[in-house]
Structure formats: C-alpha cells, structure tokens
Design a protein around this ligand. Structure first.
Ligand code: GDP
Length: 438
C-alpha cells in the first residue's frame, strides 16, 4: 500500500539529511524533490504546489530546534501539512435520524462490497444495520448484496426482478426498513461504466426521495486522479457527505487519497484495504500521514524538542525576572508564550516562592491593547524603557491607536514592576493588572 509514494518521499528526505541548516537554497532543492515525488505519485498538480509552498514558508519561518536536524524538522512540518491535507480530523459518520446512508459510485468501484463491509462495521459497533439493494439494472448486483448480507448476518431488501425504476425500488426499501422495525439502512445504488447524465439524474431523484443523512461516494483509489474527478462530478450533482476510497491495498501511489479532500472539499470517511468483509477502516488522517511517512519516531522526537525549547525559554525568562533585567521584549515574548500555552502560571510558577497564581484572570482585549502598545515601540525603547519620554509616548499612542494615557499607564506599571522585582507579592498584583486581571 502506497509503497511508491513512501519510497519517493524517503528518497527526497534522504537528500535533505546532509544539510546542517535550513536555508532558502537547500530547502528549494529538497522541495523540488518532494514535489516531484508527489507528482509521480499522481497527486493533483495544484494540491502538490500548495503543499510545497506551505512547507517552505513554515520551514523558513520556524525556529530552529537545536536538538534535531533540519531534515527531521522538515519531516515534522511535512507530516503536519499532510494531516491537514488529508482532512485533519477523523470525519465521523452522521447517524442521526433518518438513519439512511446512500452509497453511490461507478461500476466496479466497490459499492456493493463496501455497503456490506460498512454494515458489518456498524454491526460490530452494536448498531442495527440493514442493507437495501436498489440496483434494478443488474440483477447480479442484487444477488451479490444478498449473498454478502447473508454471510455477515445482516438482512437485505431485494426489489422484485420486474422492478425497473430505481427510485421506486428505494422507496420500497424504505417501507421494508419500517417493517423491519428500523435501523441504519444502507442503500446500494446502481452505477455505470462512467459518469453520465442519466446516472446523475437518477441519483438526484433517489437522494430527494430518501433524504439520507449520509451520501457516501465510493471511488477506486487505484484509478488516481480519475477517482478525484469522478468524486468532484458526483459531489457537484448529488452533494456527497463523505468519500470511501477503496482498493487502497493495491494502490502504490496514493495520489487520489492525497488530493481528494482538497479538490472535492469532502472528507474521506473510510478506506477499503482488501477484499475481505473486515477490510474497511475508519479513516484517520494523522495515522495515515504516519503510515505514509513511516517516520513516527522522528515526528515525536521533534515534538519533544519543541517542548524542550519552550521550557528553556520559560527558564531563561524566569531568570531575567529574578535578576530584574526583564524588559518590554521579554514582556512581549511572555505574551506570545501565553497565547500559545495559556497559563502565565507556568512561568511565574517557576520563580521560587511564587507558586501557582490561580487568581490571575486574563482579559483578552486588554492583552491585545498592551501588545499593540509594545509593538509600536522601537526595539531600543523596548529594551530601554527609561528613554520613553513624552514625545515618544505620543508617537507610540499614535502608532497603535490607543490613548496616550493608556501608554503612560502601561509604562508606569512596568517601571514599578521592575522596581519591585524583588518583592514577589507586589509583582504578582502588578503583572495581573497589566494583563487585565482584577
Ligand atoms: P461495484 O460494482 O461498485 O458494486 O463493485 P463491487 O463491490 O462489486 O467490487 C468490485 C471488485 O472490487 C470486487 O472484486 C471487490 O472484491 C473488489 N474490492 C472492493 N473493495 C476492495 C478493496 O478495498 N480492496 C480490494 N483489493 N478489492 C476490493
């Protein structure tokens, strides 16, 4: 599964390994390699281009983590972007009322097999699935569903062999479901060799009649970009709620999987990974990204290194506070840190005797204003707040659109804070009021 994609990506990352630093030039070269790997894996052109752009921007903008190599850091960025591309979060099946799932797709995509697989998956979750055959064109398909249903112990509705109208067959199916006492009904529809207007018109009618919670399109991963364009066409006509990509086990390239969400806007909800009834998996973007990269250890290594850097920053800051060297730059860093991590306690709590500051309420707006004021200061003003005289205060106020009195207030509080650095109780109160606390 996806072996070619894995191989190509591995090759691209190998070339990056020798570089000691991430620079514009070596990153461009590696990104070219990765882009080639993606295109060879049949990933949509625009999807590959955007992905590469995002990785490049992030790699160049990101703080270098000392304990990991640039290539490891890029693996992590690539991993995160791939998770994003695959849909970020697992898209759950909507099982609200009416519990109807319409399954559509071209002939041979795997509709009938997948309908039965899905029924089995739901059954294993303790639900009550029912299968409804609506393919009035191919009696063999009805028979196929009946056989599969029997093998997994799920009741199957079969329309009369004389019924030639798919919409009527679906309606009869709904009646049958009622008689069965309800359950999650999976409607397996007819396909065609390729997308045509007749098929789409028929599906629109069935959709209107059924009003299903879920419209799942089954597409064959091995057909690559063709599967993506089929999904797009179906979605434009019948508004698909989720995709099921089948035959991923036989797909070395992965182009369809990587492009689907981005091109169609629909999430992949399940993937078929074999012919057996149990071989349907709920699709998890993060797990798939790990599987493709096969570098889970690198991803967690980089995560840990990033955490370590944050801790180092926090400790360095705590030291500066203790030595009363804290300036507006530190203050700004502190605010950024807070936005990411939330608790100011994590830093102040490191100061001996400070403990946890539970009563420090942070007012978001006040924080934004404080940040805007500091950002309007020049670097020199930030590191030497004592030079901020009257005219500088006016300029700062003008720059950030806050009243001069607010600028005055912030500087005054800040000066007091620096003076009382030794007195932790007082400092806690002052920091609190600068952050908007009571
Ligand atoms: P339909 O015409 O869309 O209903 O397609 P079928 O359900 O009849 O499936 C066509 C063929 O694809 C059958 O031989 C299935 O066993 C096979 N198939 C379906 N899903 C998968 C899968 O995930 N992996 C593999 N290897 N084969 C699959």
């Amino acid at each position: 599964m996806l072996s070619l994609l894995q191989e190509k990506l591995e090759g691209a990352f190998k070339k990056l390994r020798g570089h000691a630093k991430i620079s514009e030039s070596n990153i461009s070269e590696s990104m070219r390699e990765i882009r080639m790997a993606l295109l060879e894996a049949d990933v949509d052109f625009k999807v590959a281009k955007d992905l590469i752009e995002n990785i490049k921007t992030k790699a160049l903008g990101e703080e270098v983590l000392r304990t990991v190599s640039p290539s490891q850091q890029i693996v992590k960025i690539f991993h995160d972007e791939m998770v994003e591309l695959l849909g970020r979060e697992t898209a759950p099946l909507d099982l609200g009322q009416p519990q109807r799932i319409l399954v559509a797709g071209l002939n041979g995509a795997g509709k009938t097999t997948t309908s039965a697989k899905l029924a089995l998956l739901l059954k294993k979750q303790g639900k009550r699935p029912l299968l409804v055959a609506c393919d009035v064109f191919r009696p063999a398909a009805v028979k196929q569903l009946a056989v599969l249903g029997e093998s997994i112990g799920v009741p199957v509705f079969q329309p009369s062999p004389d019924e030639k109208d798919a919409v009527r067959a679906a309606q009869q199916g709904m009646e049958w479901v009622k008689q069965q006492g309800g359950g999650i009904a999976i409607y397996d529809t007819a396909g065609r060799q390729e997308v045509d207007d007749e098929l789409l018109a028929e599906l629109v009618k069935i959709r209107e009649s059924l009003q299903p919670q879920e419209v799942l399109l089954v597409a064959d991963a091995a057909t690559g970009q063709q599967a993506v364009s089929v999904a797009k066409t179906f979605n434009d006509s019948i508004k698909v709620t989720g995709l099921i990509l089948t035959k991923l086990d036989g797909d070395a390239r992965g182009g369809a999987l990587l492009s689907m969400k981005q091109v169609t806007g629909c999430p992949v909800k399940f993937v078929g990974v074999g012919e057996k009834m149990e071989q349907l998996e709920v699709f998890h973007p993060d797990r798939m990204a790990q599987r493709i990269l096969g570098m889970g250890d690198v991803v967690s290594l980089v995560e840990k290194a990033a955490e370590a850097i944050e801790m180092e920053d926090a400790e360095r800051l705590a030291k500066r506070v203790q030595q009363a060297k804290f300036d507006f730059n530190d203050f700004l860093g502190q605010m950024k840190f807070m936005k990411r991590l939330g608790p100011l306690e994590s830093i102040l709590g490191m100061l001996p005797g400070m403990g946890k500051l539970k009563d420090l309420n942070v007012d978001e707006n006040r924080m934004k204003h404080t940040e805007a004021i500091i950002l309007s200061m020049t670097p020199k003003e930030r590191s030497h707040p004592e030079i901020i005289n009257g005219s500088r205060r006016k300029r700062i106020a003008g720059g950030c659109g806050r009243p001069v009195v607010e600028v005055n207030q912030l500087i005054k509080q800040f000066e007091m804070m620096r003076k009382v650095m030794g007195n932790k109780g007082m400092m806690k109160g002052l920091m609190g009021s600068m952050m908007g606390g009571a």
